[in-house]
Design a protein around this ligand. Structure first.
Ligand code: PLP
Length: 343
């Protein structure tokens, strides 16, 4: 019924997973109500569960990570205020400038280092002295994992102390925070404890078809709920989607380390190809540099093997996920080994 006939090996993103039969069953049999009246029991169960896992008072189900980050920024900052964000972050590059477009919140950009962190001194430099010329910075937003890299726990503790010192709120775009926790072998609360609000995607490593969660204090989450409603993100019988998220929390967290193991296998296979230089993956993403001489022939080879990844000619991104099992990995590695190089 749901199996895909085409033998495509899809490494474009962990968002491409389709709900498993068991997840679909959980969705089909979910108890639902009207979330507008706050009486959808499955949405409430998911929100309570995520708040607890993250060590926060409250949580709200959102339609996407983009919406979750946006309502978080809008809950922390008023129009004309600013938030600090890394120049490589999803929130800055890949969310259409929504904070500015819809929230009137100015992004104060700070460079990300190669390991994904922003230097504390760079953050402090971006905190200009109060002046009639300056949009006051109210929020600092981090991303973890960021391009597959994990922000170290001692770095998070340092940033959090600094943010508190300057009276800034701290938001985590934790679209893949469960990958960071799994790879660091710590409970996710070890990471989330440092933040006022945390956003996580249910539709990535956890394998749900849609949805994100924003967790934080009652006060901030109620503000975020109002923004979600204004953005058209209020849902009704959303328990059908929340059930998929709950199923993912129960069954798809422990397996994230399999994704990380397979990403390492993939990097090991890629590094054997002359002209391909993968970075050692920390989680479920492999970035590989492709020499100009082979970029066309290598892309053609991948296409002929029905292997999909993303990227430009010179840099590829491969992502492992629920639908990449050991069999798919074997077939992919076999296909990579048949590449003959540029002719
Ligand atoms: C995917 C992603 C988002 C956005 O999530 P959508 O559900 O696609 O809107 C935000 N931040 C990061 C780091 C992401 O990877």
């Amino acid at each position: 019924m749901t199996s895909c006939a085409s033998p495509v090996f899809d490494f474009r993103s962990d968002t491409v997973t389709r709900p498993t039969e068991d997840m679909r069953h959980a969705m089909a049999t979910a108890q639902v109500g009207d979330d507008y009246y706050r009486d959808d029991p499955t949405v409430k169960a998911l929100e309570a569960r995520m708040a607890e896992m993250f060590g926060k008072e409250s949580a709200v189900f959102t339609t996407s990570g983009t919406q979750s980050n946006l309502v978080a920024v809008m809950a922390h900052c008023a129009r004309g205020e600013a938030y600090i964000v890394g120049h490589l972050s999803h929130s800055y590059i890949r969310e259409l400038g929504g904070a500015a477009m819809l929230g009137g919140v100015h992004p104060q950009v700070v460079p990300n280092q190669a390991d994904g962190t922003m230097r504390l001194e760079d953050i402090e430099t971006a905190l200009y002295a109060p002046s009639i010329l300056v949009a006051p910075v109210k929020l600092l937003a981090l991303e973890n994992t960021i391009n597959g890299k994990i922000l170290p726990l001692d770095y998070l503790a340092g940033v959090s102390a600094m943010a508190r010192h300057h009276g800034l709120s701290l938001h985590l775009d934790g679209a893949r925070v469960f990958n960071a926790a799994a790879a660091s072998n710590v409970p996710v609360s070890e990471i989330t404890q440092h933040f006022d609000t945390v956003s996580v995607c249910l539709s990535k490593g956890l394998g749900a078809p849609a949805g994100s969660i924003l967790a934080g204090s009652h006060h901030v989450i109620e503000a975020a709920r109002r923004h979600r409603q204004a953005l058209g993100g209020g849902l009704r019988q959303a328990g059908i989607l929340a059930a998929a998220g709950l199923y993912g929390l129960d069954h798809h967290i422990a397996r994230l380390s399999d994704d990380h193991r397979r990403a390492k296998c993939l990097a090991n296979a890629l590094v054997k190809i002359p002209g391909v230089t993968p970075e050692l993956p920390e989680t479920n993403m492999v970035f590989a540099q492709i020499d100009a001489q082979i970029s066309t022939s290598f892309s053609n080879h991948l296409r002929s093997c029905n292997i999909l990844c993303t990227g430009t000619g010179s840099k590829q991104r491969w992502v492992t996920h629920l639908d990449i099992d050991d069999q798919v990995m074997e077939a992919t590695i076999e296909s990579l080994s048949t590449y003959q190089g540029a002719s």
